[in-house]
Design a protein around this ligand. Sequence first.
Ligand code: G3P
Ligand code: CA
Length: 269
Amino acid sequence: RNEGYKNPNQKDFIVIGHRGASGYSPEHTIKSYELVNEQGADYIEIDLQMTKDRVLVAMHDRNVDRTTNGSGPVRSYSLNQLKDLDAGSWFNIYSPLYADRSFNGLEVPTLEEILAYFGTNVNYYIEIKNPDINPGMASMLLQLLEEHGLLQSDNQKSGKVIIQSFSEKALRQVHELNKEIPLIQLIQYEKASEITSLRLRGWRDYAIGVGVNYKIVNEKVVKKTHNANLLVHVYTVNDIVHMKGLVDLGVDGAFTNFSDLLKDVVENE
Ligand code: G3P
Ligand code: CA
């Protein structure tokens, strides 16, 4: 178990590159992860989905429609079919301000490719998405982390990997398999009052913190969660005013599509 509510990499505040540098480039592409790493994010956030042939890939939505030129569920695609899709061009239409020709034709990366590419040079904040429709995700993830040297004790101690999920079941599965991996319970509550002491105690059994919508976070929530010895990470903060407010409130980290801006805020506080 971790001691107290220090971040796994020991920093007071962590900048989590939400889906990569997704404000500036097509989310969940190697290019976007490279960019967020250059921007100085402490963690690269990766959402996991599974293909028809049971390969873990980085994608936020269950369906490929929004972020590729294909349509339908990720689960209806084999990896080969998914690799034929263009996961970059959509961004140039969606965000003309940051459009770049080099985004055209980018591929959906597999988790394996990401881990092989960045190795132990970056920190990963990985989300197990939809474990109920994709059973086996947790153990497949741990196996890949192991194969890439990320579960060696020095890497675990320095917080190379954090695993997050809205699914308590998936997090408990991970915890059963490996008690050392720092886990974050994502919560979807819409009111601060729903974060009760009873729930906090329950999460503390297996998690080191909660990931919560920044809109419901106030001083009381931060205090209560810290008193339960849990970290507060907030999603998804994209404007400087809220970034400053949340850093001042004492939250321990934030997901953002604009890691460069959040980094500036944190360094100038
Ligand atoms: O994982 C926390 C944050 O990413 C919010 O959820 O929907 O963007 O995966 P989502
Ligand atoms: Ca996520």
